[in-house]
Design a protein around this ligand. Sequence first.
Ligand SMILES: [Cu+2]
Length: 251
Amino acid sequence: MRTGAARAAGLAAAAIVTTSCSSSFGMPRGSTEQGQEIFDLWQIFFSAGIAVAAIVYGLIAWSVIRYRRRRRTPDAELGRQFHANVPLEIVYTAIPVVIVIVLFALSIGTEDRASSVSRDPDVILRTEAFSWGWRFEFADEGVEVVSEPSAEGVPGPEILLPLGRTTRIELTSNDVIHAFWVPDFLYKRDAIPGHVNEFDVTPTVLGTYHGVCSEFCGLHHAYMTFTVRVVEPDAFDAWLSDTAANTGGAA
Ligand SMILES: [Cu+2]
């Protein structure tokens, strides 16, 4: 019984150490420069959480074992009783406050960097959400990609984005509030009617990414999907000119 428990504890410790060493704690790493900023912040939060948990659970375990009632302890006997320990109380109030201030400051820095928009983006993608689909427009190139009428099993539209280039997404909605979310980008933004939200994505990993509306917006919310395929810039340019030619130029 004891060896079983020891083995389980050993395995758990090994799992924690291995996970920590791979240093992503199982999180997606973010497939854009902006997403990687957020990933780095999450790592700090997660590590801080592990450190705090280790101290808290360690102290609980120590108290339970060190101050447990022993067999020989008389029924009425209590441990040493005392009231207040000002230095200790100051320390355990100050440490969490400092942790919160540091995490707050780091969050503001990350938010600034992840949400900052470049003055000179390589591509501008106007994105309009509607109930229940998406209209993507590469206005400068005259390319428009629109959802089919939404229904179960109808695939969402697919757009391409160039690897390593900065795409400015100008996001709005033409009816209710929706939200643009590509989980692998670790970044999500609301699409608000009458307002344009701007953010940049600079993809760093080639791949096909699933996108969804992440603001419940009505009956077909669940079908409001899209696909983003990150390709080499040359392939992106070729796709744009092919699509522009096939649609006769939507601009
Ligand atoms: Cu929606």
